[in-house]
Design a protein around this ligand. Sequence first.
Ligand SMILES: Cc1cc2nc3c(=O)[nH]c(=O)nc-3n(C[C@H](O)[C@H](O)[C@H](O)COP(=O)(O)O)c2cc1C
Length: 150
Amino acid sequence: MANLIIYFSLSNNTKSAAEKIHQFIKSDIVRLEPQVPYPVGYSNYVPIAQKEFENQIHPAIKTKIANLDKYDTIYLGYPTWSGQVPMIFHTLFEKYNFIGKKIIPFTTSVSSPISESMTSVKELAHGSEVTDGLKYNGNDIQLKEFLNNK
Ligand SMILES: Cc1cc2nc3c(=O)[nH]c(=O)nc-3n(C[C@H](O)[C@H](O)[C@H](O)COP(=O)(O)O)c2cc1C
């Protein structure tokens, strides 16, 4: 059984969560990078993200994921944006085939629980087994317990 962590992160909170998971389980890890980088600074990238939602833009992905076929479990990490997954995940699911894989979502957010964004994950990942997810808040004991139950 091979595990792959795929995550997107702008201000590195989700990166921290992904790297913790990488420490705790045998896995490969890949960071999703958009073709066109987001500008630096919260107030600069928020309007761009909002425009993506409004216009249902699927931003192009620069990252290449090698040998996705060999992984049966995907840890999918994202910052909660407007209660859902960032639009770049729409591109990911168009570009790569996750059917038949197990998807384990994790997120970081200011206040939204992961339940808020699970609908959007399940919509994207129909055809995959989507487990319950975790909002990572720096609690590594909780994270370990979550991973052990998967
Ligand atoms: C465009 C945008 C929308 C956001 N929407 C939410 C939200 O709906 N709920 C929430 O709790 N936090 C929201 N946040 C805050 C992020 O989820 C939070 O800062 C996250 O940890 C950032 O992850 P990152 O450092 O990996 O980019 C939003 C942030 C951005 C930039």
